[in-house]
Write a protein that binds this ligand. Structure first.
Ligand SMILES: Cc1cc2nc3c(=O)[nH]c(=O)nc-3n(C[C@H](O)[C@H](O)[C@H](O)COP(=O)(O)O)c2cc1C
Length: 376
C-alpha cells in the first residue's frame, strides 16, 4: 500500500501536471503506445505487476459462468482498438471491455474531440466511435490468450449510411458476429451520444428490432446493454421491458451524460462545447441512481455493471451496494493514475472487512442498499 501511495503522490505532483499541459487525445494515444509496448515485453509486464497489481481471494467472483479475479474493469472507450489487453491484467484490472467496435473502420468526429474539465474531474468526449473496425481488431486479438475476461463493446459505424435503421442493425450484427469466437461477453452500446443519427436504439420499438437480430446470432456468451443515463426512469423501464424478452443478461450503467447542469461541474471549468458527453464525477450520482432503480426492478434476474465517476474504493463500493456486481472506470484512472486500480481493490477488501463480509459476493448478496440504510 505504501508503494501505491508513493505512486499517487508522483502521479499527482509530477506526471499529471506535465501530461495535462498537452492535448488530451495526444496524451491518450501516447499512453496507448507505451501500454501496447509494455504488454509485448515480459520484463515490462512484470515491473507493472510489481508496482500496480493487487489480488485477494475475497474479490474473486464467477458471474454468468465467467471468473473475475476482481470486480474492477476498464470501461469501453479507453482501449478502443484492443491494443492494451496484454498489459491491463498487470495494471490490476479484473476485466476489460474493448471498443466500442463498429462494423466498418471509423475515423470518428473531427478533432478536437476530447477535453478535460480539471476542477470537475471530468472529460468531455466527442470521439464519435473512432476505431479500426471489427475485422482488423479481431485479427489482432484472435490468437491471443487473455488473462482476464475480455468483453467487446459493439456499436454501429458512425456514418450517414447507418442512420438508416436496417443498415444500422446490420452494422451492429456484423461487429458482434465477428467477435463471437473470442469475446467473453458482448456489450451492445445503444447509448453513444456522439454518433451520426443520434441514439435510435434507445427507442423501444427499434431496440426490439435490434435485439431480434442479435438474438438470431445465438451468442453463447453473456450479452449486456450499455444504457444511456439521461433518460427518465419511465423511458429506461420501457427499454428494460424490451430487453427482458431477449437474450440480454444485464445492463452497463451508464454511458456519458449530455447534461451541462450537473452540480459536480465546477464553475471554474469552462465547458468548451455543447457537443459531446461528459464522463467522471458528473456521472457518478446519475449512474448510481440508475443502478439502484434497475436493481429494484430486475436485480434478481439480471446482472448490473456500474460505471461512471469512480475515483476511489468508496465510490466502487457505493455502486456495489446499490446493486452492481462489477464496476468499470476510465476517467478516475486518467485523473489519479494507473495505481488507482490496485488501490480500489485494496480498499474494497478493507471495506468488506469493516462491514463484516468475507467476500465481495457476500456484500452483493447481503449488503444491498435497496430498502435499507447502510452507510451514513
Ligand atoms: C475517452 C472516452 C471514450 C469513450 N468511448 C466510449 C465508447 O466507445 N463506447 C462506450 O460504450 N462508452 C464510451 N465511453 C464511456 C465510458 O465507457 C463510461 O461509460 C463513462 O466514461 C463513465 O465512466 P468513467 O466516469 O469512469 O469514465 C467513453 C468514455 C471516455 C472517457
Amino acid at each position: 500500500m505504501f508503494l501505491l501511495s508513493v505512486q499517487t503522490f508522483l502521479y499527482r505532483y509530477i506526471f499529471k501536471p506535465i501530461a495535462f499541459r498537452f492535448d488530451p487525445e495526444t496524451v491518450h494515444d501516447s499512453i496507448t503506445i507505451v501500454g501496447n509496448w509494455m504488454g509485448k515485453h515480459k520484463l515490462a509486464r512484470q515491473i507493472a505487476r510489481a508496482f500496480w497489481h493487487f489480488e485477494n481471494t475475497a474479490l474473486e467472483q464467477t458471474i454468468a459462468g465467467i471468473h473475475f479475479p476482481n470486480p474492477v474493469g476498464l470501461t469501453a472507450g479507453f482501449d478502443k482498438d484492443g491494443l492494451l489487453t496484454d498489459i491491463l491484467p498487470d495494471v490490476g484490472f479484473g476485466f476489460v471491455e474493448i471498443g466500442s467496435v463498429t462494423g466498418k473502420p471509423c475515423e470518428g468526429n473531427p478533432k478536437p474531440r476530447l477535453w478535460r474539465l480539471p476542477k470537475s474531474e471530468a472529460l468531455i468526449v466527442y470521439y464519435g466511435l473512432k476505431n479500426e473496425g471489427c475485422d482488423s481488431i479481431h485479427d489482432r486479438l484472435v490468437h491471443k490468450k487473455f488473462r482476464i475476461p475480455m468483453g467487446v463493446s459493439v456499436a454501429k459505424t458512425n456514418c450517414q449510411e447507418t442512420a438508416n435503421v436496417q443498415n444500422g442493425i446490420s452494422d451492429y450484427v456484423k461487429a458482434m458476429k465477428t467477435f463471437l469466437d473470442i469475446a467473453d461477453y458482448i456489450t451492445i452500446n445503444i447509448s453513444c451520444p456522439n454518433a451520426f443519427g443520434g441514439e435510435p436504439f434507445t427507442k423501444p420499438e427499434l431496440l426490439e428490432q435490434l435485439l431480434c437480430a442479435t438474438d438470431a446470432l445465438n451468442p453463447q456468451q453473456p450479452v449486456f446493454l450499455k444504457m444511456p443515463v439521461d433518460l427518465s426512469f419511465e423511458e429506461i423501464d420501457k427499454l428494460v421491458d424490451v430487453a427482458l424478452l431477449h437474450k440480454v443478461h444485464g445492463f452497463i450503467l451508464s454511458n456519458l451524460t449530455k447534461r451541462r447542469d450537473r452540480p459536480e461541474i465546477n464553475s471554474a471549468d469552462l465547458v468548451p462545447t455543447e457537443k459531446g458527453g461528459i464522463s467522471g464525477r458528473p456521472v457518478f450520482d446519475l449512474s448510481n441512481n440508475l443502478i439502484e432503480h434497475l436493481y429494484k426492478r430486475v436485480g434478481n434476474r439480471l446482472i448490473l455493471i456500474g460505471t461512471g465517476g469512480i475515483f476511489s474504493a468508496e465510490d466502487a463500493y457505493e455502486k456495489i451496494l446499490r446493486g452492481a456486481s462489477l464496476v468499470q472506470l476510465a476517467t478516475g484512472m486518467i485523473f489519479r493514475g494507473p495505481q488507482l486500480i490496485g488501490q480500489i481493490n485494496h480498499g474494497l477488501v478493507r471495506l468488506l472487512k469493516r462491514d463484516g463480509y468475507k467476500s465481495i459476493r457476500e456484500a452483493i448478496v447481503k449488503g444491498r442498499k435497496v430498502g435499507k440504510v447502510i452507510r451514513a
